[in-house]
Design a protein around this ligand. Structure first.
Ligand code: DAH
Length: 337
């Protein structure tokens, strides 16, 4: 039995060393250590050996079993390590990794942030108001009479309860003056809604920025200076502007601001970019009525207001021909900003 054990040990260790994969290692294990394997067979035979041989042979059998078990484990580990090494053989771990694709702020958000920064430098504070408004804040307080076309069903989204989606951010002028006495100097960026047919230059929801400055002695010169500073910061100091007389119910006099398209390689054309004017005293009176005081005394205070579309500005600045590109959510478009 001694020699049998020796032989088994030598043979099994040789077979383990020769096993080329995990499956082959397992075959060798079953062959020697499995329930009907050779070493298990010898354990059975131990029952029949003489008393004096038993301790020695028992010890030898144990040593053999341990040696084979250890060799099997070692071989398995070595094979796994070799497989890992092979899998990574073609990988150069010193190469730079593939950077994950990062998103960016939406182009309208980027422009809005820039605009806010510029006005902040001139002392304008951020203000806001609700998107769902009442007719008074959207129209009456802004001196827009009941028969004005802007109040028409066809231009405004009305809710069943008579409220509406604000058609402009000018509502925030009123909400600001209701809460705070002059002086006020605010900008209000936000969404506006109109029942326009959606096409290359119209969306049912777009983004505006409103401004209001009320104090003693505010003049048209302040209005011009403020807007020209703002647009020059945005378009460059060479940009050419003109203030064209216009009509808005809530300002008197009112103007539209045009910019020479040359500022963005567009030649001699004038492009309309904003509406503005001196706050109509009738607006102050509406606010006073609500406030139940005379904080906005038109004899004492004057103010200017302005409003422009951020989508339209972004289109002009970046040469985007179709406003719908801003809401299509096409990565190929958005990733360019
Ligand atoms: N609310 C106007 C619009 O939506 C824009 C505007 C014009 C705002 C003149 C003003 C302003 O504050 O004074 O077209």
């Amino acid at each position: 039995m001694d020699s049998q054990l020796e032989q088994l040990r030598a043979a099994s260790l040789a077979e383990i060393a020769a096993a080329g994969d995990e499956g082959a290692v397992e075959t060798v294990r079953v062959k020697y250590l499995g329930r009907s394997g050779s070493i298990s067979g010898l354990s059975e035979a131990m029952k029949t050996v003489s008393k004096e041989d038993k301790p020695r042979l028992g010890k030898l059998l144990n040593e053999t079993r341990n040696a084979v078990t250890a060799a099997l484990d070692e071989r398995k580990t070595a094979l796994a390590a070799a497989a890992d090494a092979l899998a990574f053989a073609d990988v150069d771990v010193t190469l730079p990794g593939t950077a994950p694709q990062l998103g960016s702020l939406h182009p309208i958000t980027q422009l809005q942030d820039r605009a806010i920064q510029i006005f902040r430098r001139m002392g304008f504070a951020l203000a806001d108001g609700p998107d769902i408004e009442d007719e008074w804040h959207c129209f009456d307080a802004l001196n827009t009479p009941a028969d004005h076309p802007a109040r028409n069903e066809q231009d405004t989204f009305y809710l069943p309860d008579g409220r509406l989606l604000r058609t402009h951010t000018s509502t925030v002028q009123i909400r600001t003056m209701e809460k705070a006495a002059p002086p006020v100097r605010i900008i209000a960026p936000g969404a506006a809604y109109r029942r326009d047919e959606i096409d290359a230059t119209h969306l049912a929801q777009f983004t505006q920025m409103e401004g209001l400055y009320v104090d003693e002695g505010v003049s048209v010169a302040d209005l011009k200076g403020t807007l020209e500073f703002f647009f020059r910061e945005l378009f460059g100091s060479d940009a050419k502007f003109r203030f064209r007389p216009h009509f808005f119910p809530f300002t008197e006099p009112s103007f539209e601001v045009d910019i020479k398209a040359g500022a963005f390689g567009g030649g001699e054309r004038w492009l309309e970019i904003a509406g503005c004017g001196m706050v109509d005293p009738a607006v102050f009176e509406q606010v006073n009525g609500r406030r139940r005081d005379t904080a906005y005394d038109p004899e004492k205070y004057t103010g200017f207001a302005f409003g422009f579309g951020l989508d339209r500005l972004a289109m002009i600045m970046s040469g985007v021909p179709d406003i719908r590109a801003f809401t299509d959510n096409d990565q190929r478009f958005l990733a360019q900003f």
